[in-house]
Ligand binder design. Sequence first.
Ligand code: 5AD
Ligand code: SF4
Length: 457
Amino acid sequence: MSKTFYIETFGCQMNVHDSEKVIGTLEHEGYAQVHDETAADLILYNTCSIRDKAEQKVFHRLNEYKRMQGEGKKFAVIGCVAQQEGERIFERAPFVSIVAGSASYRNLPTMLERLEAGETRITGLDDRQTDETFDTEFTVRSNPHRGYITIIEGCDKFCAYCVVPYTRGKERSRTSASVLVEARRMADEGHTDIQLLGQNVNSWRDPSGRMSFAELLTEVGNISGIRRVRFTTSHPRDFTRDIVEAIDATPTICDHIHLPVQSGSSSVLHTMSREYTREWYLERMSWIHSAKRDISITSDMIVGFPGETDADFEQTITLLDAVRYDGVFAFKFSPRPNTPAVNMADSISDEVKNERLRILNDRQREIQREHYARHLGHNVEVMVESYNQARGQIVGRSSQNKTVNFTVPIGASEPPIGSYLPIHITRTQPNCLVGEAVAGVDPLQATHQPQPFVVLN
Ligand code: 5AD
Ligand code: SF4
């Protein structure tokens, strides 16, 4: 009788992609995926622990699962909370049989065998010891057009607030050869948009010494059939000028860089152990600003880190004005288990954190309102992602990773999902562009002939 599984995923793109690899591994082991948890023999819960009360949320969800345990189901908790909490999960939720962090997924087939043999407390908690990466040819990618490739796992940066070095282990890079084989296979299968992933993607170092990160971007971008190459998340400390040069030289490398700064104050950056100053970061911004292409920049920020004064916070606001980001994900600091910041007095009240978050988001929204207007009247190439029937619009994504809502000229047919076509931008909002497909461009034709990108400065 065939065995079935249901998987629920929280967290970053790395987690989403890990789940695609886990799904492929389970299917190879004879399991069939179901999308209704009540129909599953095995329920997997892929967890995230980046911020705030993540553990409580997991245990809360597990208690909901518990109500189903009488039906003979098995449960596995995987991902970052699994690695962080380890065997404590068995204590609080005894009906769970597998607890495994991402650094041990390559052992999943053995864990499944042990599960089938009746074992009840199976752990995969490799922590920072392992040198291995989880590469599998069985990855099940749900999106036939856009797909992820993990090029580096783990993190060696140890920022004072961050759990990732503890949950995902030390940095392990894949060889350029294995990344390129996977990228070519994806291109052959019809993927045109490839996103290279790593918690610290630009600290990727080719274990075979053949190429730099910027050269890897270029090589992937030169694969026939690939229209867009993205990469996330970069760390300012490892950000080199040749990345900007590669974007300028290779139209298929997307004109978007997500470079989290976290704070505009050098003193807070020092306490955060970010290993750079405001000036160092701004120098990297000046490289990007002086590129030939209009490269979109986005960032993550934390407000209310222990010791952040009003003057420090003001530095974050002035940084927004200096950089003019196209998007900022801002978070209130929350202490995380095992991290150095958990022992620093969480000196900023929730009220002040909320107020700083509001000021930051309001200012950034104003900047985006002004900055997005630079696209007005230009043609922006999109990849079609979905149809918004309710609003009679088609939703696409630009190379800069912006959402573009558009219509087609009267009488023209709807472009298929995954096709590329130029959109004339007629209106801009702080978070999206609005426009109409350029008349007379056959989307299928456009899909096979890359449009030259628009240089704005
Ligand atoms: N508190 C608040 N935000 C955090 N982030 C990471 N750890 C914390 C924390 N303890 C944010 C950072 C990071 C993003 C993924 O989450 O801004 O870049
Ligand atoms: Fe969450 Fe960080 Fe783990 Fe991603 S790596 S799932 S963001 S804790």
